[in-house]
Design a protein around this ligand. Structure first.
Ligand SMILES: Cc1cn([C@H]2C[C@H](O)[C@@H](COP(=O)(O)OP(=O)(O)O[C@H]3O[C@@H](C)C(=O)[C@@H](O)[C@H]3O)O2)c(=O)[nH]c1=O
Length: 188
């Protein structure tokens, strides 16, 4: 597998080596040694799978305690996947990176703890699967509004396009309002 840095060096793009033959294909999707050699030291405790219809946007989510590192991929369809650096002392605080992940390109993204994460579904339907380094903790979960003007993710929605959001994500807060809590929990 090929593991490369993105515009935010700690967020990594993983391109598995795919072995195709007349039966189909084979690929490794997680290899602890290869990831460790690429600087990713992760112990995973939870695997998740969601299915979403086109134009669904899930995010931007993070947990103030039990922050989760996430190894994400798409097994059906395509999404535009986004990670936002919320580490207060990071030189890339508030910046985002985005990658198209699909069942065709087999790409995966490593989103470290200390980042908000979200994705927009760009195909008719998308199956999204990911491994997490800590457990889901709804009491610690926070949502930054997907269209926060300070982060300004270019989601690629059409001009008047409104994504399909959960009630929780419609109530996402702005980065500046999240800041005091981030300073408390993501200060180093
Ligand atoms: C995330 C999660 C949700 N749930 C439940 C809670 C709720 O009733 C239902 C749907 O939850 P949500 O609406 O929060 O699901 P969703 O919007 O898909 O949340 C996910 O979004 C992406 C972008 C991430 O990065 C994930 O970490 C996670 O926050 O599933 C769990 O039981 N365990 C979990 O780990």
């Amino acid at each position: 597998m090929k593991i490369t840095e993105t515009g935010i060096p700690d967020v990594k793009l993983i391109e598995p080596k795919v072995f195709g033959d007349d039966r189909g294909f084979f690929m490794e999707t997680w290899n602890e040694k290869a990831f460790r050699e690429a600087g990713i030291n992760a112990t995973f405790v939870q695997d998740n799978h969601s299915r979403s219809v086109k134009n669904t946007l899930r995010g931007l989510h993070y947990q103030i305690k039990q922050p989760q590192g996430k190894l994400v991929r798409v097994t059906r369809g395509q999404v535009f996947d986004v990670a936002v650096d919320l580490r207060i002392n990071s030189t890339t605080f508030g910046q985002w990176v985005g990658e198209y992940l699909s069942e065709d390109n087999n790409r995966m993204l490593w989103v470290p703890p200390g980042f908000a994460h979200g994705f927009l579904v760009t195909s008719e339907t998308a199956d999204f699967q990911y491994k997490c380094t800590d457990y889901y903790a709804p009491e610690y979960e926070r949502t930054i509004y997907w269209d926060d003007p300070d982060i300004a993710v270019r989601w690629g929605l059409t001009e008047n396009g409104e994504p399909k959001l959960s009630t929780k994500d419609q109530k996402g807060i702005r980065l500046d309002r999240a800041f005091p809590e981030l300073r408390q929990f993501f200060g180093d």
